[in-house]
Write a protein that binds this ligand. Structure first.
Ligand SMILES: *Cc1c(COP(=O)(O)O)cnc(C)c1O
Length: 379
């Protein structure tokens, strides 16, 4: 029975998304076109950042941002040790060296003092991840690096998140959002790069479209049939389709309601679960408005069973949980190619082994939340 199973995440899509996508399909303009432009406008307005460039994913968005910033072989890019693998991969795609820094045990985000200690003359960028929708301490990170080091936000989980009253997406040189179904707003796959810098935005738009110096739209509206774009840089095809953007436009209209419900549910969990001594609920520092892409707890060493056994028991009751995320320096490819060792990142290692995301999304009922809380209490 479907109401017996509680998924860790579930996108809130329905008839309006289907209708919007169908209209796009029938309009004849299927790849990047007017719907992408409208979706970009909505994200840039919502996040108070001048430019938004839609791409195929947050991963390709991070890659594009680093390329547009001129990062390449010999450069170092500082990344957190506890994050999705794509954060570090983006640096490797450019031929740069990822330099891992451990995270803070409470916020799960990169430790600014660790960033300060990791800076070398080769450091060109820091990717500040807003993990699970909580903004990294951007002021402290900016204070920890020289001015010429670019701070790029991995805002994959941070649609609707604020830092000291300012929205994610305009807090560094550039940011990348994700519209994967595990995030709050989805387009199936998809991403968005944002920046306040007009020159960088123009470079991003060019690089996304094979490096073409004339946009596809200009070419279509141009009166000269002989016109071909020039290619002066090595670009990529990272274009989002209008089919995806039409879904994203409908999703953006729901964003504030989805965020408000997530906040209410997260507050409820944190109050309801406070009596379970072995379970640490996520901290929310004063400077941040959490978007609650995920609600990630930590299972203490005093728990009545090991974390994995707790997850298995919940699973048997139809309650899906997941570890928070990876300790990237311990992934096989990084160990083999960069000789990284988990021993250097003890917080990332312990969070990988002890963190537990519990279900929180916009399709759960009051009863679902009660069931999760009851099941945790019964352990
Ligand atoms: C989901 C996620 C990504 C990747 O996003 P995609 O759109 O799937 O490429 C990158 N970084 C973090 C922190 C994420 O959570």
């Amino acid at each position: 029975m479907t109401d017996e199973h509680i998924d860790i995440a579930s996108p809130l899509t329905g008839e309006p998304e289907w209708q919007a996508m169908r209209e796009s399909l029938e309009s004849g303009w299927i790849t990047q076109g007017p719907k992408v432009a409208e979706f970009e406008r909505l994200v840039s307005q919502r996040h108070h950042v001048a430019h938004a460039i839609a791409v195929t994913s947050c991963t390709t968005g991070l890659h594009l941002a680093l390329v547009a910033l001129g990062i390449g072989p010999g450069d170092e890019v500082i990344v957190p040790a506890f994050t999705w693998v794509a954060t570090a991969n983006a640096a490797v795609y450019c031929g740069a060296t990822p330099v891992f820094v451990d995270v803070e045990p409470d916020s799960y985000n990169i430790d600014p003092e660790g960033v300060r200690a990791a800076v070398t003359p080769r450091t060109r960028a820091v990717i500040a991840v807003h993990l699970f929708g909580l903004c990294a301490d951007m002021d402290a990170i900016a204070d920890a690096v020289p001015d010429h080091v670019a701070i790029v936000e991995d805002a994959a989980c941070a649609i609707g998140a604020d830092y000291r009253g300012r929205p994610a997406g305009g807090l560094g040189r550039a940011a990348a959002f994700s519209f994967h179904p595990r995030k709050i707003v989805t387009t199936g796959e998809g991403g968005m790069v944002t920046t306040a810098d007009a020159e960088l935005a123009a470079r991003l738009a060019c690089l996304r479209n094979h490096g073409a110096s004339v946009s596809e739209e200009d070419r279509h509206s141009s009166p000269q049939p002989w016109m071909l774009p020039d290619f002066e840089v090595l670009g990529f095809n990272y274009r989002m389709t209008d089919l995806q953007a039409s879904v994203g436009i409908v999703q953006m209209a729901k964003l504030d309601d989805m965020l408000a419900e997530r906040r209410r549910r997260a507050d409820w969990y944190s109050k309801r679960l406070v009596g379970i001594g072995w379970l640490r609920t996520p901290a929310v520092p004063e400077h941040a408005t959490h978007s609650w892409q995920s609600y990630v707890t930590v299972v203490g060493s005093d728990a009545p069973a090991p974390r994995n056994e707790i997850m298995e028991r919940l699973n048997q009751q139809g309650i899906q949980t997941r570890p928070g995320t990876h300790a990237v320096p311990d992934l096989g490819w990084y160990r083999a190619n960069f000789r990284t060792s988990l021993a250097d990142y003890p917080v990332a290692g312990s969070l990988r082994d002890a963190s537990m995301a519990i279900p929180l999304h916009n399709r759960m009922t009051d009863r679902d939340y009660e069931r999760v809380a009851d099941a945790l209490e019964a352990i």
